[in-house]
Design a protein around this ligand. Sequence first.
Ligand code: SIN
Ligand code: CO
Length: 382
Amino acid sequence: MYQFQFSIADFMSTYWHQAPTVIRQGFIDFEDPIDPEEVAGLAMEADIDSRMVTHANGQWQVAHGPFEDFSDFPDTHAQLIVQAANHWHPGARELASAFSTLPQWLFDDLMVCYSQPHGGVGPHIDQYDVFIVQGQGRRRWRVGPKGQYQEANLETGLKQITGFDAIIDVVLEPGDILYIPPGFPHEGDTLAPSLSYSIGYRSPKARELLSSYADQVIVDEAGDHHFHWPAMQAQPDAPAALDPQHLAQMDGMMMALMHDETRKKRWIGEFLSQARHELDLLSPDPQWQPDSLKAAMQDGLCLEKLSGLRAFYHPDQPEMIFMLGESFDLPAGCESLTPALCNQRFIDWETLGDAADNSLFWPMLTLWVNRGYWYPLEEAPE
Ligand code: SIN
Ligand code: CO
């Protein structure tokens, strides 16, 4: 279990989306959740997104995994990066869990980097909030002010810039945390072979929201009516002029769709719960039947939620759960279970409460377990 040694509430009110900062010794008794061999092992898996960044002689190169072996991994100026390690590695999941009190719809993943001396991805700008947790080794980090910067080496996809003046220039030791809001240029340079963990958060853009909502309106075949204006009059002096009243009417047509709360709530739940990275989804074989799952849970079986499963709900509409881009309507009477299903990692017979007596609930839970959204634990957690 990773526990902060700082107040996340104070941090949020002072720094979140505002300013970069260094939190020295952010955890009680920090230990690396993973070792370099395991990082290499993850980077060999086809389902796991990994890349190797090198810059021998100032020549930036990016190779994408899966990798077959690391015999040509350079001793210096090299970094191995594994995205969404928390989906695949229990230790990485534990470290990410330390940050789980932040709104989870923003959370992207925990990326782990193994860096050789002078390894890094160069000066660059991300549109992410990121907590960079230093594990073993040491890295020097420079962070600059927000601003306009000259892009560089575009072909690498590293979002690099030519350089920046630092407002933060620090050496991170194991257990230190560097927080960087979106838009602040930064660069990590490795002083001693290092493991570091980037816990990333991505906010949607206004235009992404608008375009996704517009897609939803089309899928729903909503707003399928034309502009209607029985009070239309001739405009003999200026028939080419766009009458502000006509425009206001069209604005109203669009706004009526924007303010359709039922549609909007379903859409935003589905939109925000979409998977952002591959998941370790395993379907049990044989599949569970509602009766057998109920009997097993009554007998003490505990279910654990799949790491990275994005499960959200509207507090004022708990009869609906959103998971991985889909919405599920809970059977009537089961709404009180929604917060536990979405907020907690484990569920057992006791968690289920009255839902356990609802015969419509079991086929739904069975569907989720058979998809791998929750999986049975051999032993109940302490
Ligand atoms: C790195 O650790 O060098 C990459 C992480 C980042 O800059 O976001
Ligand atoms: Co970055």
